[in-house]
Design a protein around this ligand. Sequence first.
Ligand SMILES: [Ca+2]
Ligand SMILES: [Ca+2]
Ligand SMILES: [Ca+2]
Ligand SMILES: [Ca+2]
Length: 500
Amino acid sequence: MSIKSVISTFIASSSAVPICITRFALSLLCLGSVASLQATYESWAAGEFTSVVDAEAAPGADPDSDGIVNLREYAFDLDPNEPDASPEESGILEFEGSHYLFIRFPRRTDASDLRYEVRAQDGVYDLCDGTKPYDWVMGSSASQPGLVSTDNSTNPPTVTIRDYEAPLEGSTFRGFLQLFVVLDAIEQTVDFVTVGDLGNPADSDGYGDVAYEFEIGECEITNDQYAEFLNAVASEDNWRPKGVLEPLYDVSIGNEARGGIYRHGEAGSYTYSVKPLMGDKPVIYISFYSACKYCNWLHNGKLRPRCRRMMVSTTEDGAYDFSDDTVTISNGLVRRPGARYFVPTEDEWCKAAYYDPTKSSGSKYWRWATRSDIEPTAAAVDGSGVIIIDTPASKLANYAYSASWDSDLDGSVEAGNLSAVASAGAGSKSFYGVADMDGNVTEWTETAKILSHHTANSNWARIERGSAWNTEGGRWKYRVPNKFSEEIEGRGFRVARILP
Ligand SMILES: [Ca+2]
Ligand SMILES: [Ca+2]
Ligand SMILES: [Ca+2]
Ligand SMILES: [Ca+2]
């Protein structure tokens, strides 16, 4: 963004001219101060509620019972503690001799984390055309000229959106215009490291040989990253086009002390927020299905489906095809050719964890993923769940209940807990620079194995690797098959990728 556009954006967001001039000068001196003048949901909630972590402060809550959830109170610049009449208007307006639906609403201009999206629908059951972007998005270059008018005499300004097609005359006409207010969380990125050394040998158990280059996540997937996913795709979380109805959000993630994400609101308008101090901890209670659907979401470019039909091309296909009922109850759920993001195979996982082409004696595989043949020290954590590093050379892993801290802030320390990803430091990483492959959470791999003690329809399991905060010490190369619908407190996942 150029200096000129920063300033003009800023001026447009101000109503008091003298203050504007003062800030104008400031913004020339320090552009960083412009951003700090902008509102976020969190800064707004901090001014409106006694505590931003209380249930009444959640975006989906309606503590004043006026039928307007807090997110819309914020977006329309209302008072979340006093009943308001809805400021949204809709109706019919005339344009060039035809009549069209319109929708009108106040749009605050000082928010850095809000998007206003208007969806045009033909009928309540025809929820969307998945090939089309939103019909109108505030601030997007896709906004259609001529559709929007803004009345700047009100504070905040009032925006009117007119449907751009389907006038009410004729045989086909529009049934609905609907305004969606979207809270844009901070864009989460997954950091990857490259695993090269093509054609390496397997370890003595037959694992770890990989003939191609791939990348693997430096860290386990965190609550911050998974909450971004949930907010994008799981406003319902009880609907699938086919196959299993396994939800992406297990209620234990919210209810249990070690789970890191709250869910707010009702099915259809669920929102998710990360618990205090839990954003950098690995997400737990994740089924193998959920891990695969997260990969599909990354594969598809982090789409935000606005209807059920779009889910098909967002979470239900891409790296893994969920469209056939039978694949999800058998071993048919396999990585598609061309998958860009995926759950690593056992071989990929083991290579990234243990292989070291520079290892001088014996096997090129270390016994532990800390680049060592000696069992790592069970890590202790500080009051925020960050591993305490005594010396940079320490080989540390969070296992055997060594990391204890009060994750739900109720004054009682959880005996054994999750730790901040990669907080054991560089000295405890694998040769390729991958963190927490020993400890914190065990991790799904894509590799299947028959479980003979399960019934015919559920006899396929996926291998999990690595130890966890709640596994005992001394279990090197921990390797266990687990039913792929299982969601437990000691397991998470990391993703790998091959970009074309
Ligand atoms: Ca309200
Ligand atoms: Ca209100
Ligand atoms: Ca506690
Ligand atoms: Ca791990």
